[in-house]
Ligand binder design. Sequence first.
Ligand SMILES: NC(=O)c1ccc[n+]([C@@H]2O[C@H](COP(=O)([O-])OP(=O)(O)OC[C@H]3O[C@@H](n4cnc5c(N)ncnc54)[C@H](OP(=O)(O)O)[C@@H]3O)[C@@H](O)[C@H]2O)c1
Length: 289
Amino acid sequence: MRRACPSLQSTGRSGSSRCSGTMAGPASTDLGRALCVITGASRGFGRAIARDMSRLVKPGSALVLTARSAEDLRSLQVELAESEAGRAGLLLRCVAADLSRQDGLESIVRAAKEAFCEDMDHVVLVNNAASLGDVSRLASSFSDLTEVDSYLSLNVGSALCLTAAVLQAFPRRAGRRRCVVNVTSLCALQPFSSWVLYCTGKAAREMTFRVLAEEEPDLRVLNYSPGPLDTAMQAQARSTTADPGVRESFLDMFAGGRLLSCEASCAKLMTVLLEDRYTSGAHVDVYEL
Ligand SMILES: NC(=O)c1ccc[n+]([C@@H]2O[C@H](COP(=O)([O-])OP(=O)(O)OC[C@H]3O[C@@H](n4cnc5c(N)ncnc54)[C@H](OP(=O)(O)O)[C@@H]3O)[C@@H](O)[C@H]2O)c1
């Protein structure tokens, strides 16, 4: 029997996640005068988020774009600087940093503090960066603690530590909205054969943000599942997944044109953020929207 592909199948949890957040009212048309920190901005979904957020913030805002590839960040910076928002003065800071290193996390927080202006009314952190891990093997082959720790350190630990450091740098204050987005996956909720690292990482990371939502009632926390995206990560999944059924469903989705574009999924994420009606900590799947 052919198995459902990670991130394709909807969670069936729709309804509960979208309607009990802040006061229902007309959706905002912008994100305010905001500081937006976006990880994994060099390509794929993170790059689309940076483009959309640059259009949705008010003048006087700043974007901190981070990933390891300085060159890709630089080309995004040039593109956005030439856009309408860039020409209107949007501050764009690139931080080439490895999220799996403490000094990488520190350099991102330092840049965020430098980019911040006291009259900004919104701080948004998007934890988008992630890695697929080795999907060419089954769980029973992962006996090397260093390998597993290293995966979880990047995909779970760094998201918690960066989020904590950003919240410390920008504490709760009257007139300041704070929002944290975790880019999650169906794999946080459902197991897929040969995807033990990714599924474990996404499940643990999502729980991190659910706990945060419990602890910080003033903070808006969104776990957004973007669906199967036409990105480098998908290409890696298609070519290296060990489980033949899971790999075949990826190949089928690609061949059948059923991958989502980063732009389409990102537009839905932006609508969720602007409407601001989700339950803080909820898992919101693109297919529910
Ligand atoms: N693609 C899908 O079908 C799909 C489905 C569901 C969920 N998601 C999630 O969506 C998010 C974006 O995925 P994507 O498909 O856009 O992936 P992608 O194309 O592989 O991009 C991953 C991003 O993370 C950055 N990154 C990776 N390792 C890093 C490290 N050690 N330090 C700093 N940055 C690092 C990469 O930049 P550098 O290499 O330059 O560092 C890149 O910008 C991920 O959280 C993914 O799990 C994707």
